[in-house]
Design a protein around this ligand. Structure first.
Ligand code: MIC
Length: 648
């Protein structure tokens, strides 16, 4: 039967289930990546699983997020991670080597392979024809322990790219166009497979930009064919042997199709404060801007950095009223900009060079001034993520960012009157000296894992009783991101290894009383609108509520990764309709009088007693998820299975 590229890759890895939309499947994992801000929990969870060595062919631990070492916490975490990698068999990418997605693209991404990573933008690897997705720390630990990876098979959308991008228009504008059309929830439980003659006009790094931000649609994954461009990329990275062509069969079928005429696109920009708030740049041109940040985990290739450099150089330097920062994606890119004149152009133009790390994207320094627009080539602009509560972050292409840095106001690069830069990237210098390979098992057993004083094991969920009672702790609108439960920025993210400490910041923006109320009421329930938990994969957004006694979250819809994180940690993800949402009152007592038997009996509904009214609410749990919730989360479930000798 004719297959699309998602069916081909997953078909080759399938362990159980059928490749049909909404069906639970499990498949074999080839690679796992971890980054530092989520990695410490993932390794502690791996230890809780009682394993001695990772059981997937490749695990890479990166350090790219918590790089501002204000005190002992971040460096203690780095040491912990380095010793865990050595002890349990993972490659360690040293701080300074670059951002996980970018280094992985250069050194490890392989067509036809599967990858999960404890970072939502792991989807970037789809650029070379890999089926790659973001997950929480516990799912990463379970994958590292060698368990098949469980996923609800997504609907596959064929994205037909036609023609070629016009001058000054870039891959960023393609993904912004998808966000404009589909919104931040338009991709939930979907995988986007790119096709059409426009594909070959895009380089691997341009494809990476699209696959990185595919997650902003709520999508499971994005995937490009592995073609001649992929072969060239791998050859340049001295990995020609990793190439294997991946193309859809003629007559392959898809659940949906969308067509994007690349030639008709113009420069686009996402206005504050959601990545789907997209308009043409010309609609907001002239807006005064205080800061421009280029690079980080998306748009940080040589070409992405060379374009703004060329603009600010040719135009005479960065505007006097604006700060410009540059974050290369990797040490390889840093080396490339240093060995050509890009770095010198930035220095001459007055830009600020940052190390190859996530940096401003997650509020790791370079917070913008209050109430002042910041234009970034990054992937998210949720309120407060930059580190400034009253921020106004716009997301745009490197060309728009460069034009804006030059003029000091949002500028459509087509209005510069310059010729579009013709960028010729130098041949990459591959240098793996900052990738530390794990010692062989006999030596690894002697490695001592170093635990700083702020590193605390995650809490374990309690038992699920037959009847669950609690008060409504908070009622939230649509599109709440995980940054609300576990905020970004230097101060809070430094607590990523300490759940009791990070729980103190839960919903601080939405409701500063939330934490004290949850403590006083002994926990309770969260009620929210649609697309709850969008954005980051951070499991802390489930662990912090767990720490505060939250037992169930009632929403109109969940983001995929966050929903899994809740289940893994024994918190019930419950679906409600507008009638329940609208009558939800802060402090009201809610009861699920027979929830345990309903879950155990396979019921797709739960009875809810809300005040003096009774409702029927829904769930979309599969059989395994039911077992995991009944056991009190996935760790207790797996331990129970191991104790009884049952297969998992
Ligand atoms: C992000 O871009 O939001 C992050 C920070 O990379 C997160 C991971 C984290 O919270 O540690 C993500 O995208 O998953």
């Amino acid at each position: 039967m004719a297959q699309n590229i998602v069916e081909k890759v997953l078909g080759e890895h399938l362990i159980s289930g059928t490749l049909a939309p909404a069906e639970p499947i499990s498949y074999r994992m080839d690679q796992v990546l971890l980054q530092d801000a989520t990695g410490t929990m993932a390794w502690m969870e791996f230890e809780q699983l009682g394993r001695d060595r990772v059981e997937v062919p490749l695990v890479v631990q990166y350090v790219d997020h918590n790089m501002i070492q204000l005190d002992h916490k971040n460096p203690d975490d780095h040491f912990f991670l380095q010793t865990c990698a050595a002890r349990y068999g993972a490659v360690f990418s040293r701080p300074g080597n670059g951002i996980s997605h970018y280094v992985h693209l250069e050194r490890f991404d392989v067509p036809w392979a599967t990858l999960v990573g404890s970072d939502s933008h792991t989807t970037t690897a789809g650029a070379v024809g890999m089926f790659a997705l973001g997950i929480g720390g516990m799912d990463a630990a379970v994958a590292m322990a060698g368990h098949p990876f469980e996923l609800t098979y997504p609907s596959v959308v064929r994205v037909v790219l036609e023609n070629e991008l016009s001058p000054w228009v870039s891959a960023k504008d393609v993904i912004l166009e998808m966000l404009r059309r589909l919104t931040v929830k338009g991709g939930i439980n979907k995988a986007f497979a790119f096709d059409g003659d426009g594909v070959e006009t895009l380089s691997v790094t341009e494809r990476a930009t699209i696959c990185n931000m595919i997650l902003e649609l709520g999508a499971t994954a994005g995937i490009f064919p592995a073609d001649g461009r992929t072969r060239e990329w791998l050859e340049e990275q001295q990995r020609a042997d990793d190439f294997r062509e991946l193309l859809p069969d003629a007559g392959a079928t898809y659940q949906e199709e969308m067509v994007i005429d690349l030639a008709s696109l113009e420069p686009l920009i996402a206005k504050p404060r959601n990545p789907d708030n997209v308009v043409p740049v010309r609609e907001v041109k002239g807006t005064k801007v205080a800061q421009v940040c280029v690079g980080s985990s998306v748009n940080s290739s040589y070409e992405d950095l060379a374009i703004p450099a060329q603009i600010v150089k040719e135009g005479g330097g960065v505007s006097a009223w604006l700060d410009m920062t540059v974050s290369p994606g990797s040490r390889q890119v840093l080396n490339a900009i240093a060995s050509t004149n890009v770095l010198a152009d930035y220095i001459a133009a007055g830009a600020r060079l940052l190390e190859p790390a996530c940096g401003p994207c997650v509020g790791m320094g370079q917070a913008p001034p209050s109430g002042q627009p910041s234009v970034r080539t990054m992937n998210r602009n949720f309120q407060g993520r930059s580190g400034t509560e009253d921020d106004f972050v716009y997301l745009a292409s490197p060309a728009t960012a460069g034009a804006t840095a030059l003029r000091g106001e949002i500028t459509d690069p087509r209005d510069l009157g310059m010729d579009p830069p013709a960028i010729q990237p130098p041949k990459p210098v591959t240098d793996d000296s900052l990738l530390i390979l794990p010692p062989p098992p006999e030596d690894a057993a002697k490695v001592q894992v170093l635990r700083g004083p702020n590193i605390k094991p995650p809490p374990l969920p309690p038992d699920l009783p037959e009847s669950l009672t609690g008060r409504v702790l908070i009622v939230l609108p649509d599109n709440i991101s995980t940054g609300s439960m576990s905020p970004d920025g230097v101060i809070v993210m430094a607590e990523r290894s300490n759940i009791p400490a990070i729980a103190e910041y839960c919903f601080r923006k939405e409701d500063p009383e939330f934490v004290s109320r949850a403590k006083e009421w002994g926990g309770g329930f969260i009620v929210a609108g649609d697309n709850y938990g969008q954005g980051s994969s951070r499991e802390h957004a489930a662990l912090a509520p767990l720490q505060l006694g939250v037992r169930a979250v009632f929403t109109k819809g969940f983001h995929r990764i966050h929903r899994r994180n809740l289940i893994n940690n024994g918190i019930l993800p419950i679906l409600i309709d507008a009638d329940v949402y609208e009558q939800a009152l802060l402090g009201q007592e809610w009861q699920l009088p027979k929830v345990r038997s309903e879950i155990g009996g396979g019921s797709e509904t739960f009875t809810l007693q809300a005040g003096d009214r009774t409702f029927t609410v829904r769930n979309d749990l599969n059989d395994h998820e039911r077992e995991q919730l009944l056991a009190g989360g996935i760790l207790r479930y797996l331990r129970g299975k191991a104790a009884s000798g049952e297969p998992t």
